[in-house]
Design a protein around this ligand. Structure first.
Ligand code: SAM
Length: 273
């Protein structure tokens, strides 16, 4: 039986499985990490395409099935555990020796998509690509450009660490059981360094969160509501004007570069500490 609470919707369409694997640009020199192998359909394809595969599964009941399905593949190792709790850096060092490059390829459990993606990105794991099936709506938010309705802190965070692209939209009919939402495969090409110069990463993300706090408010109102001291409104307006950002704009129209300028200059002027 399926465990809904663990986001168990298994992929049954071989074509889709092939397409996902091909998005990751795997070769027999590269490694793959799968999160949530389920009953191992995608895992098998990864075993054929990559040099080594590590598959992390939380549901103990699936382990015997996986062992059975994957027994012909000597290059696949199943790790039992919660991906959010595991020390991935250490696991990679232990189990992924001798691979040229490493990617995450998975049909993610939707209830923990964002924490998993943020963990993969923030821990700066040595990854080339992250190719994952997720809820379509989340994929669109991740890849959204400034000024669109989907653009928010998640877009900025993902795009800070990776080049993002929605690779394909996938109908609910290719899963068993059928999920209630549409799905999409997103490809994150992990960056060596951020696309913008940021003096302090924590400050940068504080500025971003604060700018998106209330979408109908102006950038200035959002910034004065928590980030900057209320007594320094004039200084903040002056700073925004000096760096070429109109204070009456909405936070969701700012590019990564503008957020970076705002964070860096706010610190230089002693307005953010
Ligand atoms: N890869 C399979 C497929 O494509 O058919 C299954 C994908 S299913 C959407 C998600 C899988 O992730 C399930 O097997 C579930 O048990 C597992 N899972 C859920 N939460 C997890 C977690 N925190 N850590 C590791 N695996 C998890």
């Amino acid at each position: 039986s399926f465990k809904k609470s663990l986001g168990q919707n298994f992929l049954i369409d071989t074509n889709i499985l092939h397409n996902i694997v091909s998005e990751a640009d795997l070769t027999k020199e590269k490694g793959a990490i799968e999160i949530g192998p389920g009953i191992g359909a995608l895992t098998e394809q990864l075993g054929r395409a990559a040099k080594k595969v590590m598959a992390i599964e939380i549901d103990q009941r699936l382990l015997p099935i996986l062992q059975d399905t994957l027994s012909p593949y000597e290059n696949i190792e199943v790790v039992h555990g919660d991906v959010l709790e595991l020390d991935l850096k250490k696991l990679i060092e232990e189990k992924m020796t001798g691979v040229e490059k490493l990617s995450v390829v998975a049909n993610l459990p939707y209830y923990v998509t964002t924490p998993i993606l943020m963990k993969l990105l923030e821990e700066r794991l040595p990854l080339e690509n992250i190719v994952v099936m997720i809820q379509k709506e989340v994929a669109e938010r991740i890849a959204a450009k400034p000024g669109t309705k989907d653009y928010g802190s998640l877009s900025v965070a993902a795009q800070f660490y990776a080049d993002t692209e929605v690779a394909m939209i996938v109908p609910a009919s290719v899963f068993v059981p059928r999920p209630n939402v549409d799905s999409a495969v997103i490809r994150l090409k992990v960056r060596d360094r951020p696309p913008v110069e940021v003096d302090d990463q924590d400050v940068f993300f504080r500025v971003v969160r604060s700018s998106f706090a209330q979408r109908r408010k102006t950038l200035l109102n959002n910034l004065m509501n928590g980030l900057f001291p209320k007594t320094q409104k004039d200084e903040v307006i002056q700073m925004l004007t000096d760096i070429g950002i109109d204070p009456t704009r909405r936070g969701e129209t700012l590019s990564l570069d503008e957020f970076a300028r705002l964070a860096n200059e706010g610190m230089r002027r002693g307005l953010i500490t």
